[in-house]
Ligand binder design. Structure first.
Ligand SMILES: N[C@@H](CCC(=O)N[C@@H](CS)C(=O)NCC(=O)O)C(=O)O
Length: 207
């Protein structure tokens, strides 16, 4: 529940098929925050226009704008929203708890990106990346996650945190990267647990 009465000015520059954007949309919804979604037409190059680059120097979605505050990078936006509007449940303050979260935020920007995100970009958008390398990263990542999730419900605590939000979106649409997820039963169970959170909104499939 959101105990803070927020101004109605949060804007999210996003794209429906971007998992990076979905992470932030999902967390805004879980926090029950009103926001305006501004779709950035990436095919038309709207993310590389001078005005957009003023907000997002790398020309990427999502970008979160909350009054005077501009946050680029999806994981940074999760941290911002947790600290600004959430409670400590989503992002613990204690050193060990915070480190456990950061481990997964780094994984979302690292191994998840090199694996499932890249495979999907190749399959859906014809990106000229190394598909075999993306499959190998996915297998390495998912073997580890499957192991972690075999005897725990959530990734970083005994309840959902922004670690789960950061990792969810691209794993749910891993099949769009022609990846076989059928042997990862604990990951599938965990995806369902994220989907059962109050306020959950689904990731848009591109295919
Ligand atoms: N580290 C960024 C990566 C975001 C990202 O790669 N977004 C993609 C769309 S899913 C994008 O905007 N790509 C265009 C580009 O990098 O030029 C984040 O987590 O938000």
């Amino acid at each position: 529940m959101n105990c803070y009465d927020p101004p109605m000015t949060i804007k999210l520059y996003d794209n429906p098929v971007s998992g990076h954007s979905h992470r932030v949309r999902l967390f805004l919804s879980l926090l029950d925050l009103d926001f305006e979604s501004i779709v950035v037409d990436m095919r038309a190059g709207e993310h590389k226009t001078p005005d957009y680059l003023k907000m997002s120097p790398l020309g990427q979605v999502p970008t979160l704008v909350d009054e005077e505050t501009i946050v680029t990078d999806s994981c940074a936006a999760l941290v911002y929203l947790a600290k600004r509007y959430g409670d400590e449940r989503w992002l613990p303050e204690d050193p060990e708890g915070a480190a456990r979260i950061q481990r997964w935020l780094s994984t979302a920007s690292g191994e998840l990106y090199r694996g499932p995100v890249t495979a999907r970009a190749i399959e859906l958008f014809g990106r000229d990346y190394d598909y075999d390398a993306a499959v190998a990263w996915t297998e390495r990542l998912c073997a580890w996650m499957e192991d972690e999730l075999t005897d725990r419900t959530w990734l970083a605590a005994d309840h959902a945190t922004i670690a789960d939000i950061a990792m969810y979106s691209y794993l749910r649409v891993a099949d769009e990267g022609a990846l076989d997820m059928s042997e990862y039963h604990s990951i599938e169970r965990w995806l369902g647990d994220v989907e059962s959170l109050d306020g959950f909104v689904p990731m848009t499939r591109a295919s």
